[in-house]
Design a binder for this molecule. Sequence first.
Ligand SMILES: *[C@@H]1O[C@H](CO)[C@@H](O)[C@H](O)[C@H]1NC(C)=O
Ligand SMILES: *[C@@H]1O[C@H](CO)[C@@H](O)[C@H](O)[C@H]1NC(C)=O
Ligand SMILES: *[C@@H]1O[C@H](CO)[C@@H](O)[C@H](O)[C@H]1NC(C)=O
Ligand SMILES: *[C@@H]1O[C@H](CO)[C@@H](O)[C@H](O)[C@H]1NC(C)=O
Ligand SMILES: *[C@@H]1O[C@H](CO)[C@@H](O)[C@H](O)[C@H]1NC(C)=O
Ligand SMILES: *[C@@H]1O[C@H](CO)[C@@H](O)[C@H](O)[C@H]1NC(C)=O
Ligand SMILES: *[C@@H]1O[C@H](CO)[C@@H](O)[C@H](O)[C@H]1NC(C)=O
Length: 419
Amino acid sequence: MAMFYYHIVPLTIGSIRCSLRSSVAVLITLFVIGVIYFPRENGRLYDQKEDLLTDDHTSKFSPDQNHSSDSCDLFSGKWVFDNKSYPLYKEEECTFISNENACQKYGRKDINYRHWRWQPHQCNLPRFNGTVLLERLRDKRMVFVGDSLIRGQWVSIACLVNKFVPRALESMHFSFNHSLITLKAEEYNASIEFYWSPLLVESNSDDQWNHHFPDPIVRAQAIYKHARHWTDADILIFNTYLWWRRPSMNTLWGSLGSADGILKRVEMLRSYEMALKTWSDWLEIHIDRNKSQLYFMSMSPTHRWAEEWSKSTKGNCYNEQEMIEQEGYRGSETDPRMMRIVEDTINDLKRRGLQVRLMNITQLSEYRKDGHPSIYRKQWVALSEEQLAKPTSYSDCTHWCLPGVPDVWNELLYAHILT
Ligand SMILES: *[C@@H]1O[C@H](CO)[C@@H](O)[C@H](O)[C@H]1NC(C)=O
Ligand SMILES: *[C@@H]1O[C@H](CO)[C@@H](O)[C@H](O)[C@H]1NC(C)=O
Ligand SMILES: *[C@@H]1O[C@H](CO)[C@@H](O)[C@H](O)[C@H]1NC(C)=O
Ligand SMILES: *[C@@H]1O[C@H](CO)[C@@H](O)[C@H](O)[C@H]1NC(C)=O
Ligand SMILES: *[C@@H]1O[C@H](CO)[C@@H](O)[C@H](O)[C@H]1NC(C)=O
Ligand SMILES: *[C@@H]1O[C@H](CO)[C@@H](O)[C@H](O)[C@H]1NC(C)=O
Ligand SMILES: *[C@@H]1O[C@H](CO)[C@@H](O)[C@H](O)[C@H]1NC(C)=O
């Protein structure tokens, strides 16, 4: 049985340009509730406290060693407890953290979820260095495009960079009706941006602050309105997944708000495929292959049904303080068919001469049922006492606490950008 419905609360943001020194954080909410049931068994996956005292996990990495995707799959590995090097920054030190990721601020007391390092089986990840990244980004634009999950990743990279180069990223500039948020490192003339388009193509949910439609309408054939704002970027990182999680999509041929269009309910996978085709056709024609690096983040898993990882437990990610140990664990909301469509689209683009790197973060994130905010976050309004008392109904098991899992996605991205 599967049923999905989205409860999306609109948010507003006060100022167009704000100093981050004054701790203005971005507030956004996407709260997802659904029902799925799939019992699973547990095994062992990770070596807790292994390597605790060794700090040489970076020393083995060098550009000519086994870190490239040819010789080493960075996404195949295990989590290692490492409270010496992790977290990579402190929540309270990062002024960019939005309320949907600020778990400690909203009362989360356990801390182990912040102390995990991702260890690829065949090689080591390079240690993240914000100075090196900013040097790479000198006179360049890096743009994250997609939904609230990639927005969390963008916040994470801003925190990581600022940890290394304090106050490098200070001004936050909103443009195109707030679809684009730019963080600029003036000294480097580098910008790290987030562009909101949760379905990648056009939809009636393209307003980042006001998109409370339970059943979105997607223009699967249209991307120009968005793409013209990021086509010239030097590094582009895309995602789209969460908003498609429903059996069928209202798919529109024609313009939103115009009477002469044709609106049809289309099976979701078909509509998803059409949208990714539109996206890839745009890239093929418009991207400067000599200039732009392209990445696609695979789907970020959710942990909304405790029955999936423990037969005896009811509930969700609330109060989960340990990760799932069963190697290869996959939750029922992770849809391999959608993954395959992404993969096919990217392979097809490759045949057409354009390389998009698939960042396969799904499996490594699957284990991290401990990484979500649950009730320790703020929505448009803070959860009421009554709601806090009912974590089974009001937990966010979709987004991630920061510092946390998205930092590792960025370490993986960083490793690829360096090569
Ligand atoms: C992603 O990684 C998982 C685990 O390593 C693997 O099973 C899956 O095939 C990969 N998917 C893609 C599209 O590469
Ligand atoms: C790291 O974890 C170990 C084992 O849980 C603990 O003994 C140690 O005090 C911790 N170190 C730090 C710096 O938190
Ligand atoms: C590097 O890759 C080669 C060939 O795949 C393998 O034999 C070697 O053990 C790897 N080295 C490290 C340090 O992982
Ligand atoms: C980061 O890189 C810069 C420039 O290469 C270097 O000077 C600095 O020591 C590095 N920082 C760390 C913590 O490794
Ligand atoms: C700053 O970077 C932008 C690209 O993001 C580039 O177009 C511009 O020429 C750069 N400015 C200078 C002064 O180099
Ligand atoms: C911004 O929104 C207003 C009102 O919704 C609209 O009239 C205007 O065209 C939008 N501007 C851009 C650049 O999208
Ligand atoms: C890209 O680089 C190749 C080889 O350096 C060159 O032949 C080609 O004209 C360049 N293409 C563009 C669009 O600049």
